[in-house]
Ligand binder design. Sequence first.
Ligand code: PNS
Length: 163
Amino acid sequence: MNRAICPGTFDPVTNGHLDIIERSAGLFDEVIVAVALNPEKRGGPLFSLEERESFLRDATAHLPNVTVQSFDGLLIQLADELGAHVIVKGLRAVSDFESEFQQAQLNHRLDTKVETMFIMAIPEYTYLSSSAVREIAALGGDVSGMVPASVVDALAKRLKLAR
Ligand code: PNS
């Protein structure tokens, strides 16, 4: 069984993330989308772990070999627990490379049996990030087409409450 992990904070999931997950699902027998609790992210996440997982479950329901779960610890430990030998990450631009290269090197140092593989973002998603989506939505911009419809609604509700 060729099992891969697609990890991230997914606050919230974007259509760019979903493109990487779908393309991974075509390459591996099983893909586990691993949602990091990540409480130390600056300011804390906008959406709870349960909300982030739920957006991902809805958006990947059509992919039979994709499951979603949370984790709070070392990614490499999760890979070991799940028997996954590949970590899949999306790369958008050169600016992603430094941090991704560091994470891949550190994870390799922690466990040489787990490989990190990168899938290049398609051009229309190269500009897309969860933080940009949060900022645009918070300032009243239209994020439809950037995130699933359920996330567009959830952002509107959450940010209305915050105003
Ligand atoms: O979507 P993000 O925020 O870029 O995802 C980053 C994530 C969650 C993949 C990364 O922070 C991570 O792997 N966290 C788990 C902690 C860990 O294993 N750290 C050591 C490797 S650098």
